[in-house]
Structures are given as C-alpha cells and as structure tokens.
Design a protein around this ligand. Structure first.
Ligand SMILES: [Zn+2]
Length: 137
C-alpha cells in the first residue's frame, strides 16, 4: 500500500490535491486486468454474434470497446484502495471506493452532483521526494 497524491479538478473550480491510499499495480496484475476486460467485451462480441441482423453492429462495437477499455486499463498505474477527496466545487468530502485509477477517472460528488476528475499528480513527481509522495513503507 502506498500514499499517492491525486489532483481533483473540474472545468470551473480550483484544483485540490489530496493524498490517498493506493496500490501500485504490478506488471502481472496489469496483464490479468487487461485480459479480464478483453474477456468480458470480446465475450459479449462472441455472444452477440448469434443475434441475427444486430450482430453486424454489436460484434464490431464490443470488439472495439474491448480494445479501448483494455488500453485504458493498461495505462493505469494505481488502484485506489480507499480514501476521501475534497470536492473542488462544494468542499464536501467524497468517499472513494476501490477502483482502478485510469487516466480519465471521475467520480460524482454526492453532495453537489458535480463530476470531479481525478489524476495522479505525476507531473510534480520530480519536485517531491519519494517519502513525500509515497510515504514511508
Ligand atoms: Zn461537491
């Protein structure tokens, strides 16, 4: 388990940074995650293959969605374990559930229903010491 700094932002409010508990996804887990996603979507592509007429749309759709989702998962470096972030819009706490932190990860604030985007503060890594960014293990 590590501490990572995440940026919470919306198009119109000031950015907030919070440290949350996360799990660094290993290469092996990454492969498993990618295969799981491909399995789900390509499985759907295979199943819809048997639906007459609609299979023309569904099969390529699920096939491509599978590739798209797999690429997104492949780029994810962290899995959020638990944590809270402050909503940039209403300043209330948003509870985070266990989820893979993909590049375009977003949560909806339960208080003001603003969609908040989250990203790992990777660009500032060089300015932070390892301990500051990840905590002591
Ligand atoms: Zn809010």
């Amino acid at each position: 388990m590590e501490q990572i700094l995440v940026r919470a932002y919306t198009p119109s409010d000031p950015t907030k940074s919070t440290a949350i508990r996360a799990h660094r996804i290993s290469k092996a887990e990454l492969v498993t995650n990618v295969l799981k996603k491909l399995g789900i979507y390509w499985g759907l592509a295979f199943l819809t293959f048997f639906i007459p007429v609609y299979n023309v749309f569904f099969v390529p759709f699920f096939f491509l969605i599978g590739v798209y989702v797999a690429i997104k998962v492949e780029r994810a470096k962290f899995e959020i374990m638990h944590g809270k972030i402050e909503c940039p819009h209403c300043n209330e706490q948003i509870k985070l559930r266990k989820a893979v932190l993909t590049e375009d990860f977003q949560v909806t604030c339960p208080h003001c229903v603003t969609v908040v985007k989250l990203s790992v503060k990777a660009s500032r890594t060089s300015n932070l010491s390892h301990t500051e960014l990840y905590g002591s293990e």
